[in-house]
Design a protein around this ligand. Structure first.
Ligand code: ZN
Length: 326
């Protein structure tokens, strides 16, 4: 069985039209920002859902990321859940994205601002990037956006300093826990905290894991880490992030992958990379993103902190996504 085939069927042998800034000092509890909803609207709370999830139930997922463009890594998965499986996907973004000014040269003409000037960029990018995010989010069906607006300092590999000295971690965890408990998500998607990735990505995932792991069944969703890949790559391996045993994976290779090259449409000329391109295209302020977003697979790792029973749900979900078409 080829590597691709294994992931297409899930390895069976392994086990938020303007943006409202939701900040910690100015936002009521649980204020999701929705496109076309100009205030921090409080949405009705759905009925509590049982942990015993019927296999064909429309999935309900939360994406937890650090920056207002990280969702591009999950774009095809989000699209399939919302558009093809009739599910729901919300997005929680930890930082305000203000540090993304260095490659904004071409966007200065669009926004009529000298965004590459650090002071100008840091002042204006939080709102600009939320608009860009939500513009792309329309294409993939993101329902609610939760902006936690922690400081986006600068690029770093160091998650520890971010968690200890930069973000208000306890406030973020408290809000995230309230959100997950209220919405009864089936699954939480994060970015895989691989050593070479941005410290903010690692920190966001660590926070999500710490929150989920404190929950008790049936309120505890599955939690997975995502990394992009190419079909001809060797199988990517991730065990855990040093000093953060909570990031340990149940299996060091991905337990599932969404193949964006799945063909459909007239003469089978279309595939899900188009969806990623649509989302990436909205992030005009983030210049380097547009130099070639090479990804054929959205790979997913199952963290070891999951209840073993969640594996069958995850496997079934990815089978359903692989079998679904637009
Ligand atoms: Zn990022």
């Amino acid at each position: 069985m080829s590597y691709l085939t294994q992931f297409l069927i899930v390895i069976p042998l392994l086990c938020l039209d303007f943006v409202i800034v939701i900040g910690q000092n100015n936002v009521p509890k649980h204020s999701p920002v929705k496109p076309k909803v100009p205030t921090g609207t409080i949405l009705p709370i759905e009925e509590s859902r049982s942990a015993r999830i019927p296999p064909d139930r429309a999935p309900k997922a939360l994406i937890v990321t650090a920056h207002p463009d990280d969702e591009t890594c999950f774009a095809a998965t989000i699209y399939k859940i919302t558009k093809e499986l009739g599910g729901t996907v919300d997005l929680a973004v930890i930082t305000n994205g203000e540090a993304g000014y260095k490659y904004s040269t071409l966007a200065e003409d669009i926004y009529h601002l000298k965004l590459t000037d650090e002071a100008v960029g840091r002042e204006n990018l939080p709102a600009i990037r939320k608009r860009e995010l939500m513009a792309g989010g329309k294409y993939i069906g993101i329902r609610n956006y939760y902006f936690f607006d922690q400081k986006d300092t600068h690029y770093t590999l160091d998650a520890d300093t971010v968690l200890r000295m930069v973000w208000n971690v306890e406030w973020v965890k408290h809000r995230l826990r309230e959100l997950i408990e209220r919405e009864h998500y089936d699954i939480v998607f994060t970015l895989l905290p691989a050593p070479e990735t941005h410290g903010h990505h690692k920190a966001a995932t660590i926070i999500a894991l710490e929150v989920v792991c404190q929950l008790i069944e049936p309120a505890k969703p599955a939690v997975l880490g995502c990394g992009s890949g190419m079909k001809n790559d060797t199988i990517p391996i991730f065990h855990e992030l040093a000093d953060y045993p909570i990031t340990r994976c149940a299996v060091s290779s991905p337990i599932a992958a969404l193949d964006k090259t799945q063909k459909f449409g007239f003469n089978n000329r279309l595939n899900y990379s188009i969806i990623t391109s649509w989302v990436v295209a909205e992030h005009k302020s983030q210049g380097t993103m547009h130099l070639g977003f090479r990804s054929e697979l959205e790979n997913f790792w199952l963290f070891g902190e999951n209840n073993p029973k969640t594996l069958s749900y995850v496997k079934d979900l990815f089978r359903r996504m692989a079998n679904a078409t637009p």
